[in-house]
Design a protein around this ligand. Structure first.
Ligand SMILES: C[S@@+](CC[C@H](N)C(=O)[O-])C[C@H]1O[C@@H](n2cnc3c(N)ncnc32)[C@H](O)[C@@H]1O
Length: 253
């Protein structure tokens, strides 16, 4: 089940939102995040989930010190174009299950990968070099997607980096169905975060014991963000410690 804002009819889109865009105009570089979110019409914008308020708070003060940004889930490229304009000199990476050649054309590194498959994530990390300052999960929003990606990718976040999971509200089965919440509701990403906040233990059906341990040793803090709107927009920010704990040793490394 997909979970993206349907694009307006092509004639309603601005040239900046169209796949035919050949370059990102210099006039947009370093414009405020809230403006860029509107210009490119990402669903992070103020009139939708308004996660842009959260990003503005965290990322604007770090604008010049962020060099590597990775977002899972490209869709029409809106947020990747926004990051590319905002972080003037950063390398921007994205994965999606579908090819996105019109985004690649703009100097954004795009890869085809399934966030629920460790072998795809491993290949992506090998090719991109990992060590991201920011990782954002705005992909499929299933419970296994969110938890496998967090478990695998947290090690590939630079010390002091930020990992953001969007749309944690897909854990709320009363409002959203079809995102892999089991009959007891105990496997949700929301429960996993709340349990971590309560106990500082990471409990997930989808992570390896090594991944859970690595998270427990390397999380600096967790912030859960919930807006009061009709979408129940919920996101989670996880900051990695500046000084890393023990790394996970994987096969072949
Ligand atoms: C909500 S849209 C991304 C929107 C975009 N980040 C933005 O803010 O403009 C979600 C995207 O995730 C992709 N997706 C769905 N399941 C995925 C998976 N298992 N792995 C990687 N990407 C996935 C979809 O193809 C879709 O393009």
């Amino acid at each position: 089940m997909g979970y993206c804002v349907l694009p307006a009819a092509a004639q309603d889109l601005s040239p900046l939102q169209l796949p035919s865009l050949d370059a990102l105009p210099d006039s947009l570089h370093k414009r405020p995040l809230t403006e860029l979110a509107d210009i490119f019409a990402t669903d992070k914008r103020a009139s939708w989930h308004n996660f842009i308020e959260l990003y503005d708070r965290y990322l604007t003060p770090m604008q010049d010190s962020i060099h590597r940004v990775f977002e899972i889930g490209i869709f029409n490229g809106a947020s990747h174009k926004m990051w590319k304009c905002f972080f003037d000199s950063a390398e921007i990476y994205g994965i999606d299950i579908k090819p996105k050649p019109w985004v690649e054309k703009l100097g954004i590194h795009t890869y085809i990968a399934n966030q629920a498959k460790r072998e795809d994530l491993q290949q992506f990390i090998l090719e991109s070099g990992g060590e991201f300052d920011v990782i954002i999960d705005d992909g499929g929003h299933y419970m296994n997607h969110q938890q496998i990606s967090l478990g695998y990718l947290f090690e590939h976040l630079a010390p002091g980096g930020l990992y953001i999971i969007e749309d944690v509200h897909t854990s709320l089965r009363t409002f959203y169905n079809g995102f892999g919440v089991d009959s007891t509701g105990s496997n949700t990403t929301f429960n996993m975060i709340m349990q971590y906040i309560r106990t500082e233990k990471m409990e997930s059906n989808y992570m390896t014991p090594e991944e859970k341990k690595y998270l427990e040793q390397n999380i600096e803090y967790v912030e859960l963000y919930k807006r009061k709107n009709s979408l129940h927009s919920t996101a989670c920010v996880i900051r990695k410690k500046r000084k890393s704990g023990t790394g996970i040793l994987r096969e072949g490394q």
